[in-house]
Structure formats: structure tokens, C-alpha cells
Ligand binder design. Structure first.
Ligand SMILES: Nc1ncnc2c1ncn2[C@@H]1O[C@H](COP(=O)(O)OP(=O)(O)OP(=O)(O)O)[C@@H](O)[C@H]1O
Length: 486
């Protein structure tokens, strides 16, 4: 039987914890001082400790540091009021605690978190990775995310941890790397899974409307407020509010958001009534939050509040075989949607896809696949068609945009994905273009110059070009296959 140790200097809190956890499959031991709990843990290994933070003589995190030194596998949960959050964030970042519960707690939330923590005490470290290997072999995805890259396996592992840690989650990653999917996965893994998941892209709001969208308003609060409106803080309820591109929030609103996070309450515009804020907050940015702080565009105090558990998404180009895996998967899905008899890509086409850098990441790849499936008349999409599609990316520069004509293809025009679709863009002969070489030629010349300079030594040339040698080999392979095609 697992041993769960409860520590709080207030007997009424211990009694409430004991009542709430009465049904769980573990032995419960309660102590009204950290020292008594430490004495007990000298003799008996604890599997899970739930401790209050504020206690006389020794606080919760100080006690948990000692417990972790002796029993590193013990799961530690800190119990604290939200205004003690700085101590919680420190304990979390110093890996003293795995989870956090805010006082006053919700009994269902507490039971879910404790049961999950107990199950984690018996899970071998390798479990998640083994599971992911299975996922990969079975061709399934982790909450809709397809990947076999080791970098992404550790992201999946972090999502599992984040989902019950109950601390603010911040997701970083270039545009199109899947930040919203990660936020949704955190939500789906948590006890909030049956509550709403509300994604909000802060960059999409007009500055004067975003406050009312988030906080809600009362009728007459401002010109045009004809009726009461629930804000997204309220709509999120006990679910998850995902604020994407959080650095674009105006400074005045950042101050208000900070207050909501600290006080866990807010009032709609035009109202003096305070409403509770119960939702889990997940934020994300495709640009550096720290740089925004340094530039004076983002509040430092808010940065520390949000930047507690960070999930960093690698760009697609660093995910190895994922480009091929995603391309094949998306191609089959899109072919089915478009009722086309297309099975995938030729090996030469795949070499091209794998050697491209995909600055717009998975969203860009998705757009590309839509256009390739729409344009292909072969069962396997050829390298020639792919090369034409990839060439359009370099043509979509501001300098060349005046000289292109877009041919509509079967891509949802209203979808945000449709932006920057590389698809059927052809050059208009009648408009004179400045003498600019295609990017692929410039790239090839630069690579060849570097190889010459290094007397044919590819690893040295790769180092000069700041890419991996395999990138150069792939490009050379692609050039060769183009020549043999002609
Ligand atoms: N690992 C993945 N497997 C399959 N599809 C994915 C994966 N990652 C992202 N996608 C898809 O790529 C597209 C972009 O993902 P998402 O919107 O989550 O990215 P984002 O990082 O939030 O983008 P932005 O920075 O523009 O807000 C979506 O259509 C999503 O379903």
C-alpha cells in the first residue's frame, strides 16, 4: 500500500484533506508540523506528500527539500493560497514539487491530482517513452500530434507532467509548430478535460475590443454595449483558457491579467461585482517573451507569473523523420478529402521535402500538401511538382509579389491555413521583374562554393554553412536526381 503524508499546521485543513481522500487506495498519515512529518519519513518511505506552504518554524518547501534529498522518488504537492505563488513557482522550478494545489481546493480536482500522483509513483521512468514507441509503431498520434522524433517524445512527456502540475504553462515555438495542439493536449490530459477549452489568439483582437472579449461587459459599459456579454474568462469556467501570442497584449491589459492571475477573480467592464476565475491558464508566444520584457513591451512581473512550466516546441526542420511521416499522413488524409487517387510521394520528392527548411513549420507543410494533392495527376506526387511548389516559397517575397498571379486551387479560402499557400502561383510574363536569381540557385552556388573552399570536405563545408552534413548530402542527392530526370 502506498503511504501518503499530509502536513498542515491547521487541524481543520488536515481533517478536510483526510475526509476528501478517504476513498483513495493508500494509507494516509497526517502531521500538524513539518518536523513531525520529517521524523516519520526518517523511518518510513513516503510515496506522496501533500504539504501546506506557510507553517511556523519551517515552511512546506523547506521541508520538502529535505524529503527529496532522502526520498527523490517521492511525489511532492504543495498546498497554498494563490498569493503565495512565488514560493510555489520557485519550488516547482527547483524540482522540489511536482504539483500544486490552490487553497481553497476543489475536492474533485484534489482527488484527481492525488490519484494521478500515486499512479506516477509506481510508473517506471521509461513508461512514457515506451508508450510513445508503441504510438509510433502503431501509427497513432499523441493527442493528434504525429511524431517519432526524440525531441517531441520529451515534449509529450512534459505535457503529461504539465497537465496535473496545476501551475501556469507557457508554450514557446516558431509559428506553425503546434502550440495550440500542445495546449489542447495539456487540457485533455488534465482533470479539466470535460470542461471547456478556449483558445484565444491575442494578436487577432482589436486593441479596444480585447478587454471586453476577455473580461465581458455590462449593458451600457461603453458605446455599442447593447447587452450584457460574458467574457472568455467566464466562458472558460473550470476549463482551460489558452492565450496564444500573449506578447501582443497591450500593456494596460497585461496589468489587468496579472491581477486576475494573482487574485483569481475579475470584474466585467461596467460592473463592480467580482467573479471567480477558475480556469487553468496556458499562454504561448512564437517570439521570445524575454526579449519582449527587455524591450519594455511585456511586464516583467507577468513574465514570472506565466513562465513557470515551459514547453518548448522544436521547429519541424529539427524533428528528423517527422517531415516524411507528416507528409505521408497528411497526403493520405487530403487525398481522401479531395477524392483523389494519390498514395504519397516518389522517393525523390521525399528527398526534396526532407531537405527543405519549412520556416512556417507544420502549417506550411499542411498547406503545401493541400496544393500538391490538388495539382497532382499521378498516384505518387513527383519531385518535379514538389520542386515547383517549393520554388513558389522563394517567389513569395515582397519583391516578387507584384509579379505573380495566383491560380485558385481547391484549398479552403477562408481557412487561416490558406494564407501564404504556396500553391499554384505562376509568374506573369508581361511584368518586368528585377534581375534576382531564384533562391535555389543562390543556395546551390553558396553550397558549392563552401564545398570547393573546403576541398570537397562536406562536414567542414557544413560547419561553415552552419547546417548539418546530412542537409548538404540531401541537397546534393536532390540535384543529382533532377539531372537524371532531364
Ligand atoms: N505533430 C503534429 N501532427 C499533426 N499535425 C500537426 C502537428 N503539429 C501541428 N499540426 C497541425 O499544424 C497546424 C498548426 O498547428 P497549431 O495551430 O497548433 O500551431 P501554432 O504553433 O499554434 O501556430 P501559430 O504560432 O501560428 O499560432 C494545425 O493544423 C495542426 O493541426
Amino acid at each position: 500500500m502506498k503511504r501518503v503524508v499530509l502536513v498542515d499546521d491547521e487541524q481543520s485543513i488536515l481533517d478536510a484533506l483526510l475526509r476528501c481522500l478517504d476513498e483513495i487506495d493508500a494509507d494516509l498519515f497526517s502531521f500538524n508540523s513539518p518536523q513531525k512529518a520529517l521524523d516519520f519519513c526518517q523511518d518510513y518511505e513516503p510515496h506522496l506528500i501533500i504539504s501546506d506552504q506557510r507553517m511556523p518554524l519551517m515552511n512546506g518547501s523547506e521541508m520538502l527539500i529535505q524529503i527529496k534529498e532522502k526520498w527523490p522518488a517521492c511525489q511532492c504537492i504543495l498546498l497554498s493560497a494563490y498569493h503565495d505563488f512565488d514560493a510555489v513557482a520557485d519550488a516547482f522550478n527547483n524540482q522540489v514539487i511536482e504539483k500544486y494545489i490552490c487553497k481553497p481546493w476543489d475536492n474533485d480536482e484534489l482527488t484527481f491530482i492525488v490519484e494521478k500522483a500515486i499512479s506516477e509513483t509506481s510508473k517506471p521512468e521509461t513508461d512514457i517513452l515506451d508508450n510513445d514507441k508503441q504510438v509510433q509503431e502503431n501509427g497513432q498520434a499523441f493527442h493528434g500530434m504525429i511524431s517519432s522524433s526524440p525531441l517531441m517524445q520529451s515534449v509529450f512527456e512534459r505535457i503529461e507532467k504539465a497537465s496535473t502540475a496545476n501551475v501556469p504553462i507557457f508554450i514557446t515555438g516558431e509559428t506553425g509548430t503546434g502550440k495550440e495542439l500542445v495546449a489542447k493536449a495539456c487540457h485533455e490530459e488534465s482533470y479539466r478535460a470535460n470542461e471547456p477549452f478556449i483558445p484565444v489568439n491575442c494578436a487577432n483582437f482589436l486593441e479596444n475590443l480585447i478587454e471586453s472579449q476577455l473580461f465581458g461587459h455590462k449593458k451600457g459599459a461603453f458605446t455599442g454595449a447593447d447587452s450584457d456579454s460574458k467574457g472568455l474568462f467566464k466562458v472558460a469556467g473550470k476549463g482551460t483558457l489558452f492565450l496564444d501570442e500573449v506578447t501582443t497584449l497591450p500593456l494596460s491589459l497585461q496589468a489587468k491579467l496579472l491581477r486576475v492571475i494573482q487574485e483569481r477573480e475579475f470584474s466585467p467592464l461596467g460592473s463592480h461585482n467580482l467573479e471567480p476565475f477558475h480556469a487553468q491558464l496556458i499562454t504561448a508566444s512564437s517570439t521570445s517573451l524575454l526579449s519582449a520584457v527587455k524591450a519594455g513591451e511585456f511586464r516583467e512581473d507577468l513574465f514570472y507569473r506565466l513562465n513557470v512550466l515551459v514547453i518548448n516546441l522544436p521547429p519541424l526542420r529539427d524533428r528528423g523523420h517527422d517531415i516524411a511521416q507528416l507528409a505521408e499522413h497528411m497526403c493520405q488524409r487530403v487525398a481522401l478529402e479531395q477524392s483523389k487517387d494519390i498514395n504519397g510521394f516518389t522517393p525523390e520528392a521525399m528527398v526534396l521535402l526532407e531537405s527543405y527548411s519549412w520556416p512556417g513549420n507544420i502549417r506550411q507543410l499542411e498547406n503545401f500538401i493541400h496544393s500538391m494533392v490538388a495539382l497532382s495527376s499521378e498516384t505518387l506526387i513527383s519531385d518535379t511538382l514538389c520542386q515547383q511548389g517549393l520554388d513558389q516559397f522563394s517567389d513569395l517575397t515582397p519583391e516578387s509579389s507584384a509579379s505573380v498571379v495566383t491560380v485558385p486551387v481547391e484549398v479552403e479560402a477562408t481557412s487561416p491555413i490558406a494564407e501564404a499557400v504556396p500553391t499554384a502561383v505562376i509568374k506573369s510574363e508581361s511584368v518586368s521583374a528585377p534581375k534576382i536569381k531564384p533562391l535555389r540557385d543562390v543556395e546551390r552556388e553558396t553550397i558549392e562554393q563552401a564545398i570547393d573552399h573546403c576541398d570537397g570536405n562536406i562536414p567542414k563545408a557544413a560547419a561553415l554553412l552552419e547546417v548539418s552534413p546530412s542537409t548538404i548530402y540531401r541537397k546534393m542527392q536532390a540535384w543529382e536526381s533532377q539531372v537524371s530526370d532531364k
